[in-house]
Design a protein around this ligand. Structure first.
Ligand code: G3H
Ligand code: ZN
Length: 291
């Protein structure tokens, strides 16, 4: 089985991106895995601190490992948006393949100092664990946000990115390049789409030469995502779109028959709804990524 860092770097060479999808339960994991398996592309599943709290850190690691082993399939598990060394350590010790160490709300210097320590600490436990650092403001909350004026967010500069990567030795960088977490109501109906600062992605890539992750992928215009991959993005995170599909699928499953109580009869539409979203995103990120 290839290592995650090799899979991410190879994606960069072939101009495709690895899809990263957040999971909070077995329904979403099943939908993600079925889509990736059908398309035969490697995939990352991630769990934020909240998702880990709900599903169990060690339990998620055990389930994802069992899927990887049983199907001999490159599915990797990421500790998404980890805000403390303790939470990161818990995930690394449980066997997660990567950690997004996110101190992006701190001043850059402090973020860099603490991220450098985290990289050293995590790798002292598992030298193969992939550590991603995050800089800049991309908002919070993989949820539906009210419409209104677009928040004015500052983009990461190439110089900040270079300095941060050099000081911390992170394997992967997540910059602020016009992306943001969550979807506004207009994005749910398709009236509005997110757009990315493509030139800035190019500049950050050439300043850092490390794999780049794009967070906040939900609701982003397809063409912007394609161009972002060509500009140097190697991993794309999608969460809100899955949560929306999961809820709509669940509602459809519940609406089928009023007195149905059997979970495995109610839940298949939720699995299918998640699988459809993941499948469309993976096709866009690059079917040439095939195993
Ligand atoms: O880390 C998770 C993501 O960045 C997902 O963002 O909810 O906008 O897709 P999203
Ligand atoms: Zn994110």
């Amino acid at each position: 089985m290839k290592k995650l860092i090799d899979v991410v770097q190879e994606a960069g060479k072939t101009c495709v991106a690895i899809g990263h999808f957040n999971i909070a339960d077995l329904v979403i994991l099943k939908g993600v895995f079925e889509a990736a398996r059908e398309l035969k592309v490697p995939v990352m599943v991630g769990a934020s601190e909240g998702e880990r709290e709900f599903a169990g850190t060690r339990q998620l690691a055990a389930v994802v490992r069992s899927v990887r082993e049983e199907f001999d399939f490159p599915i990797f598990l990421n500790a998404d948006h980890t805000h403390s060394l303790a939470k990161g350590l818990e995930a690394v010790k449980a066997g997660f393949d990567s950690v997004v160490f996110d101190l992006s709300t701190l001043p850059l210097e402090e973020n860099a100092r603490l991220t450098e320590q985290a990289v050293e600490t995590f790798k002292s436990i598992n030298p193969e664990v992939v550590v991603e650092g995050e800089i800049g403001d991309i908002g919070s909350g993989s949820e539906i946000h009210a419409d209104g004026p677009t928040p004015d967010r500052t983009l990461t500069t190439p110089e900040e990115a270079r300095q941060f990567v050099t000081e911390t030795k992170v394997d992967v960088l997540a910059p602020a390049v016009g992306n943001s977490h969550g979807m506004r109501r207009g994005m749910v109906t398709g009236k509005e789409r997110k757009h990315l600062a493509l030139e800035r992605i190019r500049e950050i890539k050439s300043a850092t030469c490390v794999p780049l992750t794009l967070h906040g992928g939900s609701g982003t215009a397809d063409d912007d995502l394609k161009q972002a991959i060509h500009a140097g993005v190697n991993v794309i995170h999608i969460n809100t779109e899955l949560r929306l599909a999961w809820k709509q699928g669940l509602e459809a499953g519940l609406a089928k028959r009023e007195d149905e109580v059997v979970p495995y009869k109610i839940l298949p539409p939720a699995v299918a709804a998640v699988r459809n979203v993941v499948s469309a995103r993976l096709r866009l990120f690059g079917e040439q990524n095939q195993l």
